[in-house]
Design a protein around this ligand. Structure first.
Ligand code: GLY
Ligand code: MN
Ligand code: MN
Length: 442
C-alpha cells in the first residue's frame, strides 16, 4: 500500500477549506507539471506540481484533479494514466485508475483519456472553471480533440485563477507539514556540516556539491534547487551554479544548498573559509552579515509586517558598510522610503521569502509582489538570508581592494511561533569560532 505524506483527513480538510470559497456552480481543475525533455529520449526527473501535492499528494505525470459539486457534495475525481503493460515495462509501474481510487484522498478516479468528454459536459452546463495552470500536456489533451489550437481558448473561455485561494492555505503550515519541514532542515543542516568538515584548500566546488548531494541521496532526499557552491569571487554571484572552479587557499566558499523531503524544501546558506580560518577582512564582512541576520530573525514575530525583517537587516548592513567606509552617505538617505539606499550596490536581494512545497513558496510577502504579503502569523516558515557581495570584476561601484572577492550570505529557515522565531536550521553552526573549530578539527 503506498504511503502518502499526510493522512486522508488532512488532505480532505485542505480540499474542504478551498471548496468553501468556491461556488457550487463552478468546478476546480488542478493540473500537474509537464514532463520536460532533457535530450533525445531523455527527460528531466519529473516533479509533480505543488498544488497537486498539496491537495491530494498525487505524484504521477499526465494527471488532473477535478472537483465538481453534484448539488449536495463536492466530488473529487483524479484523472490518471491507466495501467498499460507496454508503457510500464519502459517507465515503471503506474497506480492506474484502481490504485488512485483505492489509496488517494479522492472520491473517484478515471482514465485521463476520458477527461475531454467530461469537460464537454462541464462546458455544456456553462460552469466556471477555476484552474491552477494550463501546462502543455493539458492543452494538448484538449486540442487533440478540437479542430485547432485557436479553438482551445474558446473551449476553455470561462476560466479563473484558483491559485490565490490555495496560496492562502499553503502559507500557514499544519503540524504535519512542519514535521516534514523540520526533517528537511535537519538533513540540509547536517549536509552542510559534512561539507564544512571535508573542506580543504584547492578542492573543487563540485566536490563540495558531491558531498552534499551524496548526503541527500543517502537520506532518501534530493536537492530542492541546484546547489550554489561559489568559491572566491564566485561567492559574489547570487545564483551561481556552474560549481566547476577550484577553491583557492585563503578563499571563502558560499554554499546555498537545501533539500526536499516529501515535497517540502529547506533552503540554507553558510559561508566559510576553505582553510578553516577567516582573514581579518573576511571576519569584518561576516560579522556585519551575521548581525544583520540575527536582527532580521528577531523581527520574525507574530503580527509584524513582512517588511520589518528587511528593514532590520538593511539597517545593520548599512551601518556596517558605513563603519568600514565602504559607503559614505547618511544612514537616513541609505534606508530611504523604498529601501533604495547605497547598500543595494552590495546587498541586492530581499532578506527572505516564504518556504514550503516550493522553495520560493507561494503566498506573497516578497517585495515587489502584487500582493504585498501578510503580516507574520504562527505556522509560517520564512527564510532569513541577508548577504554582502564584493565582486572583483565590477566597475560600476568602488570596492576597496581588500574586500574584493568576498561574498557572504547566511541563510536560516525560521518557523513563526507565538513564542517568537524558531530557527529550524539551527543545528548548522554560523558563529565564526564554531565554524573555525569544526573545519580545523575535522
Ligand atoms: N536558494 C535560493 C534562495 O536562497 O532564495
Ligand atoms: Mn538559499
Ligand atoms: Mn532562500
Amino acid at each position: 500500500m503506498p504511503k502518502l505524506p499526510f493522512t486522508k483527513s488532512e488532505y480532505e480538510q485542505r480540499q474542504e477549506s478551498l471548496l468553501n470559497s468556491i461556488s457550487k456552480n463552478d468546478i476546480v481543475i488542478i493540473t500537474t507539471n509537464d514532463v520536460m525533455i532533457r535530450s533525445n529520449d531523455v527527460n528531466y526527473s519529473f516533479r509533480a506540481n505543488s498544488y497537486m501535492l498539496y491537495l491530494c499528494g498525487w505524484e504521477e505525470e499526465n494527471s488532473i484533479l477535478l472537483m465538481e459539486n453534484n448539488g449536495s457534495n463536492w466530488i473529487k475525481t483524479l484523472y490518471v494514466n491507466p495501467t498499460n503493460t507496454e508503457k510500464e515495462i519502459w517507465e515503471g509501474r503506474r497506480q492506474g485508475v484502481e490504485g488512485a481510487r483505492k489509496f488517494w484522498p479522492v472520491d473517484n478516479a478515471k482514465s485521463i483519456h476520458s477527461l475531454f468528454q467530461d469537460l464537454v459536459v462541464v462546458k455544456s452546463k456553462n460552469k466556471k472553471i477555476h484552474i491552477n495552470q494550463k501546462p502543455k500536456y493539458f492543452v494538448d489533451l484538449i486540442v487533440e480533440n478540437l479542430e485547432s489550437r485557436d479553438s482551445f481558448d474558446n473551449f476553455l473561455s470561462n476560466v479563473n485563477d484558483v491559485n490565490i485561494l490555495i496560496d492562502k492555505l499553503r502559507v500557514i503550515k499544519s503540524n504535519a507539514e512542519i514535521k516534514h519541514m523540520r526533517a528537511s532542515c535537519a538533513i540540509a543542516s547536517s549536509a552542510i556540516i559534512q561539507a564544512m568538515k571535508k573542506s580543504y584548500s584547492g578542492m573543487g566546488e563540485w566536490e563540495l556539491q558531491a558531498i552534499i548531494e551524496q548526503f541527500y541521496k543517502m537520506n532518501k532526499s534530493q536537492t530542492s534547487y541546484i546547489p550554489i557552491i561559489g568559491g572566491g569571487d564566485n561567492s559574489t554571484i547570487l545564483h551561481y551554479k556552474k560549481n566547476n572552479s577550484v577553491i583557492e587557499e585563503g578563499s571563502l566558499v558560499l554554499v546555498d544548498a537545501g533539500c526536499e523531503i516529501n515535497g517540502y524544501a529547506s533552503d540554507i546558506t553558510r559561508t566559510w573559509p576553505i582553510n578553516g580560518t577567516f582573514t581579518k577582512e573576511q571576519k569584518e564582512i561576516y560579522k556585519i552579515v551575521l548581525k544583520a541576520q540575527k536582527a532580521a530573525i528577531e523581527s520574525c514575530q507574530v503580527g509584524f509586517d513582512w517588511n520589518k525583517m528587511h528593514e532590520s537587516s538593511v539597517l545593520h548592513i548599512s551601518e556596517g558598510l558605513l563603519e568600514l567606509g565602504i559607503i559614505d552617505t547618511d544612514l537616513g538617505d541609505i534606508i530611504g522610503e523604498n529601501f533604495d539606499g547605497r547598500y543595494r550596490d552590495f546587498f541586492m536581494h530581499g532578506t527572505g521569502h516564504l518556504l514550503g512545497l516550493d522553495v520560493h513558496d507561494v503566498g506573497g510577502g516578497r517585495k515587489g509582489d502584487d500582493n504585498p504579503g501578510p503580516s507574520l502569523q504562527p505556522g509560517m516558515i520564512v527564510t532569513v538570508e541577508p548577504g554582502l557581495y564584493f565582486s572583483k570584476w565590477r566597475s560600476d561601484v568602488s570596492i576597496p581592494d581588500k574586500y574584493a572577492g568576498i561574498g557572504i550570505r547566511i541563510e536560516d529557515d525560521i518557523l513563526i511561533t507565538e513564542n517568537g522565531p524558531e530557527i529550524i536550521t539551527k543545528s548548522c553552526p554560523k558563529e565564526i569560532e564554531d565554524i573555525e573549530v569544526l573545519i580545523r578539527n575535522k
